[in-house]
Design a protein around this ligand. Sequence first.
Ligand SMILES: NC(=O)c1ccc[n+]([C@@H]2O[C@H](COP(=O)([O-])OP(=O)(O)OC[C@H]3O[C@@H](n4cnc5c(N)ncnc54)[C@H](OP(=O)(O)O)[C@@H]3O)[C@@H](O)[C@H]2O)c1
Length: 345
Amino acid sequence: MNAREVSGPNGSVDPASVPQRVLNTGALMPAIGLGTFGSDHVQASDVAAAVEGAAAAGYRHFDCASVYGNEAEIGCALQGVMQGQVKREQLWITSKLWNDKHAENDVILSCTQSLADLRLNYLDLYLVHWPFPNFHPPGCDVTSRSSDASPYIHANFMNTWRKMEELVDLGLVRHIGTSNMTVPKLELLLRDARIKPAVNEMELHPHFQQAKLFEFVRSHGMVPVGYCPIGSPGRPERDRTSEDTAPTRDPVIVRIADRRGVHPAVVCVKWAVQRGQVPIPFSTKPSHYLSNLEGVVGEPLTQEDMGAISTIERNCRLIKGQVFLWKEGQSWEDLWDLNGEITPP
Ligand SMILES: NC(=O)c1ccc[n+]([C@@H]2O[C@H](COP(=O)([O-])OP(=O)(O)OC[C@H]3O[C@@H](n4cnc5c(N)ncnc54)[C@H](OP(=O)(O)O)[C@@H]3O)[C@@H](O)[C@H]2O)c1
């Protein structure tokens, strides 16, 4: 892919003007990244083109994962970006260990495969994608159950984490972190980790603010990275239920967006950055990913707007994780330790 083939946005943002978050190592992470999960219906080549276009628009942070099935195409795009004006050290690249690679012998191999696909010699951040070791094929139905699905067993997770720590020792990744964790799971990990998680990636949008987990993460030296910041309007059918709500249709968000002349998605992204999380909105449309970035560097939301958005929490988790349930008769709530204790096996 070369620059002429990229349908980039008409305009860009100076990356130096994008706010940054300080991690527990002192490293700086751009306060907004581009998501790269095409929700099973966006082609890998389109996501890769968005990565290249977004870099031209001023994005420096990209949220990748092996399970998204597009790291090789994104690697090609990143190579193009780095052959231009952008140096490797100006980029922030995250990848994630998938659930079928928690075994001790698989962690380093899986990371080196992502590095090879992404054409990098180190990652800025490597996450354990979910705390449940099991396998389900991309695109499977929510009722799909892996016969070897397993609950969270802390000793097993620590075996995986020791290999994550080794990745840092080996210089293959700069930071390690978690995703889809809960307070009781993080309490154990923080107690036992030699290298503490630098971030927890979690669902965060105006209808799912996760105040308790958000504060826990921040008060324990981690940065909350927020996925589905716009409420994931393009998520697959299997991740939709009739109770789900859409933050972009909330009257409070719509009113603020109308007043500012922007799409409600932009208000969600601005709110996220101002609240202190790092949103990773996905888009393959140049005008959309540019407006999200412009929103972050533009005039902030007022205190009144921020106050109004804080009141529209709907406790609406969109990514419920049903495929990770490990025995019959469970409900997705069992994955999220709602009573403050790890759900027993
Ligand atoms: N750690 C995890 O377990 C986990 C789970 C889920 C997601 N993630 C990460 O989080 C990222 C974001 O989540 P997501 O993709 O589910 O949801 P999202 O970012 O909340 O929503 C993406 C959708 O919003 C639309 N959109 C984006 N900007 C817009 C704008 N300015 N105006 C109008 N529409 C706009 C996009 O459509 P267009 O393409 O048409 O613009 C796309 O359909 C993923 O890509 C992935 O990297 C991580």
